[in-house]
Structures are given as C-alpha cells and as structure tokens.
Design a binder for this molecule. Sequence first.
Ligand code: FAD
Length: 511
Amino acid sequence: MKKTLRLILGDQLNERHSWFSEVNKDVVYVMMEMRQETDYVTHHIQKVTAFFSAMRAFSTEIKSKGHDFIYLKINEDGNEQSLIKNIKKIISEFSFEHFEYLLPDEYRLDEQLKQLCEEISISTQAVDTEHFLTKRNDIAEFFKGKKQFLMENFYRKMRRDHDILMNGKDPVGEKWNFDHDNRNKYKGEVPIPPAYSYKKDVSEVVEDIAKAGIKTIGTIDESNFHWPMDRRQALQFARYFCRELLPYFGTYQDAMHTEEKFLFHSRISFALNSKLISPKELVEKVIEAWEEDQDKINIAQVEGYIRQVIGWREFMRGIYWAKMPDYAGLNYFGHDRKLPNFYWTAKTKMKCMEKSIKQSLSESYAHHIQRLMVTGNFALLNMTDPAEVDKWYLGIYIDAIEWVEITNTRGMSQFADGGIVGSKPYLSSANYMHKMSNYCPNCHYDHKKKTGDKACPFNSLYWNFYNTHRDKLEKNQRVAMMYRTWDKKSNEEKNELLTQADYYLNHVDDL
Ligand code: FAD
C-alpha cells in the first residue's frame, strides 16, 4: 500500500468506521484544531471546548489501538491554522503518496477538500463517514421533479426501507404519526429525572482556547458542562435517556418551563453530530427499551423520538446537499433588520425570550420548541436578516453544524427558503406561548393584551407580519385562515395593532 494520509475532521469521531478495523503501518491519521474552524462565527465556549475535548479523546483512543496519528493542537508550533495549508505541509514533510478524507458534512469544507485534491500531485480518495442512514443525494433523488419536499413522505419511506416500527407493510400502532397524542404542557405531573452528567476536567482545553485568543460567547464551568466527550459516555447518555426520559419524551416534547431547561429531551445532538454515536444504534436502543417495557413506554413516545432522528435529521441533511450553495443566500421575505441586542445578553423583559436566551448562553443548549417558537419566532416577527439569525444559531448551540443549523434556521424557522423545508412559516402570538409554557404568568408583559401598556409584543408583531407579507402568504392554503380573521377586524383594530407593532419594531432593543 502507498504511504497514506487519512484526514478526520472534528465532527467525524466515528470509532467504528471501517478505516479503523485493522492497523496498517502505511497509514497515518491526522486531526487538527484550527482557527479556520473556531473563527468562521463566534462560537459558544462550550462548543469549542466540546469539539476540542472530544477530538483529543478520540485521537487518544485510536492511538491506543495501535494506529499512527498526527494530532495538531490549537497552539502547536507549526500549526498553520488552515486545513489546506496544514495538509499540504504534512504531505510534503512526510512524503505521503496518497491522501484520503471522510466526506465532510459542510459544503464549505467539501469545497476546500476538492480544491486541495486538485492542487496536490498525489492520488486522493473521498470515503463515506458510515454514519447516516441515507447518502448525501438520496433526498434529491427521492423528490426529483417535485416543488416541495414533504418530510412525512420521506419519513415513511425511511420506516419502510429500514424496517423500523413496521408490522409488515403497516406502521406499528396503525398510525405513522402520534403527534396528536403528544404536545402537552408540563405542569409538574411527573418528576423530571436529574440531567445526566459527568465530572469532566476540561480546564486544559479551556486554557488552550484562552491562550489562543479565540473569541467566544457564553459561559463554562463544572456545573453547566454536561456533554458526552467520547463514545462510552455517549452510549451512557443514550441508555439514560431510554430508561428515564423516553417514557415522557413525546408527551412533553413541545412543552416549555421556566425552571426546567431540558425536560424529557435527550441532549444527544452533540454526540450524534460529532458521530460519537450513530443514528442507527440510537434508534435500536430506543426500540429495545420499548420492547422490554411497553407498560412504561408507549408507542407515541417511541414514534415521536424516532421521527426526529430518522426523519427530520436525515431530511435536513438531504435538503442541505440538494440545495447548497444557493440555500445559504435565500431570503424569501427580503428581511434585513438587525438581530436585537438581547440575543447576546438575555436582557429583555419578555420572559420567554429571557429564559430561552439565558439558558442558551449558560448551557449552549435550548430544546427544539424554544429554538423554533421562542427565539426563532421572535426573529421572524422582527423581520430579521436571516444571515444574522444563522450566525447566532450557528455560534450559540453545542450541536450547531451548518448542514443541520441552516436548514432548521433559514428553512424551518425563518421560512427564508419560501417553503422548501416547511409548508408555512412557524409563527405564533402569545397564545401559543401561554398554552405550552408557564412563561407568561411571570412576565412583565400581559399575554392577553394585544395593544396598549404592557401588551405582549408577540401579539401585535404577529398580525403586523401577516399584514406585511400578504402578497407572499395569502395564497398559501395553510395560512389563508389568518387572512380571513384579519379581514374581519375593524379598521380601527387593525390600525391599533399595526401602530403598536411599529412602535415595538422601532424600540426593539428596549423590549
Ligand atoms: P431531542 O429533542 O431529544 O431530539 C432527538 C434528536 O432528534 C436530536 O438530538 C436531533 O439529532 C434530532 N432532531 C430533532 N429535531 C430535529 C430537527 N428539526 N432537525 C434535525 N435533527 C433533529 N439541531 C442540531 O442538531 N443542530 C443545530 O444546529 C440545530 N439548529 C436548530 C435551529 C433551529 C432554529 C431549530 C428550530 C432547530 C434546530 N435544531 C438543530 C434541531 C433541534 O432543535 C435540535 O436537534 C435539538 O434541540 C437537540 O436537542 P436534543 O438532542 O435534546 O433533541
């Protein structure tokens, strides 16, 4: 075999990859911590720490199995801080004759690696990461010729193709979707098990980040850094989820609570996205837990969870590869407003926003409904430039990697893709917030008031949004109802709502 260099990126920590099935003295693996990855947006300190720590643990594990490994730390002498420069330098220094890399999940890195392969004179090969259930282009093939990509159709195909929760040709429980049984508000009916965590000393990595002068947001200390850093810990996280949280996952999937940051969510996204654990083994564990104890875990919980992992997650990846690079510039509504300052400080009187942002800054985590119906919803009502929204989401969350961030943010949350991911914008007034959370009773604003002193901003901004974008939304059957309701309002009421919204938009940083 030719003397081969194999590149592993920081989100490709798949110990079970066939690359590692045997030790080959002609193969050297390389991983590197680089400023090009820490600086493309301002990341949360926990995100940078988690990636560097998990990468270091991964290299130690692979080395312990006898593989040859080059690992470049962030402050190492000779680290060029750029993927292309580092690889070129290593190839020439050690006279490698062949270069291989695992297919990246980000378009940006895919382009860089293609460019590198054109520029070097040795043979090259790109290899699958053996992580996802689908290939990059499966979704594009599946929806070929279709204007809209329906997640539900894709999800059913995934269930059939992989024989997951199937009784022959029929779905287990005789329904594909149990959403109707889920979506409860959490009122403390069942206790929430403590957040699973480990004591981890990441001080060396945190010091390295500080020494390098990397700009970060958010906070890190022993009490708020919970993330699994290696495969063993990721598997323990998954087991804990199946045993303790899955029984109520679906029921409270959409609930929000001032005192409960994680509710029954699995917090497995970092482990999944860095590939410490695979979606296939996660789903197998969930099904195993359900089969072992169907009295404790019902099908609605299991189906609800599996849809997220084999449905939404793979669907978003497929859309990303079908639509990039254009997707990153889509702005259907032409929004151009700035993201309000309180997204960076949590200093706002809106309780739902304050709680969701504060938690994001301290934990590098918010659950799906907080991201979609609180911070995402407000950014949309504020008519924020989607590029600003992307930057915030990409930086702040532990699990944010562009393929899954941008499709959720620009697509699902901001409808900037004009309806590729979702069939209508996810918008709500204070009604939804009050229905699904306990934020409103503790808020400075009155969720019942639409105008006047202390009227909840979500209410007037909601109607203002529909009014402003009538030309783009009126013909959408899924929102036509809103226009019928709006048209029934008196001119006086409409004017009051629009004046209130205008005031709030002009004073958004004071809300
Ligand atoms: P759980 O609620 O326990 O769900 C289990 C798993 O399902 C998640 O870990 C995740 O892998 C998968 N999943 C659930 N919903 C989605 C979804 N819509 N898209 C893709 N996978 C999903 N997820 C990311 O992994 N990275 C992101 O950068 C990201 N950005 C988001 C931005 C916005 C505006 C929104 C609305 C959602 C975003 N999501 C993102 C999806 C989802 O919010 C997170 O995956 C989830 O909150 C992670 O927490 P968890 O592991 O506790 O998830």
